[in-house]
Design a protein around this ligand. Sequence first.
Ligand code: IPM
Ligand code: MG
Length: 370
Amino acid sequence: MTANKKLLVLPGDGIGPEVMREVRRVVDWMSRRRSVSFQVEEGLVGGAALDAEGTPCSDETVERAKAADAVLFGSVGGPKWDGLPFDRRPELGILRLRQELGLFANLRPATVLDPLVSASSLKPEVVRGLDLMIVRESTGGIYFGEPRGIETGADGKRRGIDTEVYTEDEIVRVARVAFELARGRSGKLTSIDKANVMQSGRLWRAVVGEVGKAEFPDVQLSNMYADNCAMQLASNPRQFDVILAGNLFGDLLSDLAAALTGSLGMLPSATLGAPDAAGRRHALYEPIHGSAPDIAGKGIANPCAQILSFAMLLRWSFGMEEDARLIEQAVEKVLAGGLRTADIMAAGTARVGTSVMGEAILRELDKLAA
Ligand code: IPM
Ligand code: MG
């Protein structure tokens, strides 16, 4: 068995390290039971990296991420680092990795698993079976646009500036990812913008339409303003299948979509770069939940989102669909069996901590692979 699959694991801060520990057990399980082994390296990111290396993401970590086949990321940030200067925030860890690795397509599924339908704040009949995918552009827009900064004018008053800017090429490449996904699902894509207010939004709408017409005439494209999309998500989320949005709108709407499921601790994500000639692409996988500093270190965090992020990694970086499905099924079985971490508790279920949840998933994996 050769370990030709190189993973860089960056647990980060807060609950990151404790949920990542459960993924490591799944990785070990795979080498024992599925004869797939990974060469796993660990590194520091976020506050942990600030403390140890003086920067939220060192050049060395960026190089190691580039050399890996995939990066499995935990979460960054926490009150300990809240007062730091803007250019030393832990969040820069993830932003730098996205930018330096060219990870422009952030795939954020929001699914409601049947056993968790009552965890949503919405009525079961509104969210049952919800299965949508948000494709968020993640290396452009107002997150990185220039000029940006806070400047002091001649009158001694300050001005804060950010720039929302999208080039045609940036829109085309992320739109293609969204159209492809929609084609493989229900054939429906909703593209989000504020074309009624923003010039970058007008271009967004025009370019997405052109890509659709020229390359994906089989996909049914509709356009929606971002504010309306927020309202529609909260009232009738199942009308959507794939949603395409720029960086900022995608950030907001993906949190909203995640909240609809009632189980933030369940949701994984993938962020992909462009494939090279050999079809290899940089990719990073992370749970949607943040570092959850309020529960960090207590052994009660839900490891499912991190484990499901690993499943996405298997699917997207290594084409290991069967193994990815196996892990997803194991998680569903454990939930159906009535085990819950605190975040997804419901009447009639048993509350367990992080490592018991991890163990239960391993046991289901054993059964499924038997
Ligand atoms: C996310 C997070 C990040 C973002 C933060 C941590 C910089 O909110 O991944 O959605 O805004 O992109
Ligand atoms: Mg966010």
